[in-house]
Design a binder for this molecule. Structure first.
Ligand SMILES: [Zn+2]
Length: 306
């Protein structure tokens, strides 16, 4: 769905790779169908202090279905190695899925750096998670709201509120080079999982449109390759979601349907491990359509509103 270069991934988990003078990446050892080659921790800054974005999972924070266990220790050590001689001024989290934020606590313990970024998320019922459970222990020292900035030695990061994948999702814009750290909001290797009740398709679409209005020159997602034609990718994603919505409406034109049947027709050749995630995405679309008065449900059956 995009013409970006394939991710070379010559580097291995734990190694540090320079992407531009102010930006480095350390890959966490948690590859899975949901995390691609693993969570990418981004380090911003080339001077005396740096920011660390999405420190990653700890041992219990890997995606569902991934048997690997890294204890978190190895990845925190890798971040410390990559930043040796520099002070970590802030630990930033885009959102609190457990492949992103749990390592913030051990990294804070090791460095004294404050945890700054997205809001914590307390859910009484986070529903059947399709990609990754929430990190209930996430405890930020400071929450950034849309447009708030954080500055260090030669770098400025600005929070861009992008709810949808999760309600607390933030992207971070590097003002100096117009790079945007997109977390799980926009990735080139896969569409983002939008899983109700916290995931919200209408909010997700609005957050895509918000990025489309910006003039970022590169995206650094939490998983997969850097995106060098961001607006083109975002436009494609908006189109893709609208196409899914039309597909759903066409399915329902044949009569009332349950979600698993719709997934079977709509996602040909899907990795069976991703069937649950596809179902959550269809549900997210249906809830959006329901809120707009286009569809209704009777128990598990969805139908068009005449
Ligand atoms: Zn996520």
């Amino acid at each position: 769905m995009n013409d970006e270069k394939p991710w070379p991934d010559s580097i291995r988990a734990g190694e540090c790779e320079q992407h531009e003078p102010l930006v480095r990446r350390v890959l966490a050892p948690n590859p899975s169908p949901y995390t691609f080659t693993g969570t990418q921790t981004w380090i911003v800054g080339a001077g005396g202090d740096v920011a660390v974005i999405d420190p990653g999972p700890t041992g219990s924070g890997l995606s569902i279905g991934d048997p690997a266990d890294i204890n978190g220790i190895g990845h925190v050590d890798a971040i410390l190695r990559a930043t040796a001689g520099q002070r970590i001024a802030a630990i930033l989290c885009t959102h609190t899925h457990r492949d992103h934020s749990p390592a913030a606590a051990p990294l804070k313990e090791a460095t004294g750096a404050p945890i700054i970024g997205c809001a914590p998320l307390a859910l009484s019922d986070d529903g059947p998670r399709a990609d990754s459970a929430f990190d209930a222990d996430y405890a930020p020292d400071r929450v950034l709201t849309d447009g708030e900035r954080l500055t260090g030695d030669g770098w400025t990061l600005e929070a861009v509120a992008t709810p949808g994948h999760t309600s607390n999702h933030l992207c971070f814009g590097l003002v100096e080079t117009r790079a945007l750290f997109t977390g799980d909001h926009v990735m080139a290797w896969s569409t983002s999982v939008v899983s109700p009740p916290d995931g919200d398709m209408a909010a997700y679409m609005a957050s895509l449109s918000k990025l489309y209005e910006r003039d970022d020159h590169v995206y650094y997602p939490a998983h997969g390759p850097a995106v060098t034609k961001p607006r083109q990718l975002v436009r494609g994603m908006l189109g893709h979601r609208k196409q899914r919505e039309r597909q759903i409406l066409r399915e329902l034109e044949k009569g009332p349907r349950v979600i698993p049947d719709m997934v079977k027709h709509m996602y040909k050749g899907l990795d069976p491990r991703l069937t649950g995630a596809a179902g959550r995405s269809v549900l997210a679309h249906l809830i959006d359509l329901e809120n707009r008065g286009r569809v209704a449900r009777d128990a598990e059956n969805w139908r068009l509103v005449a």
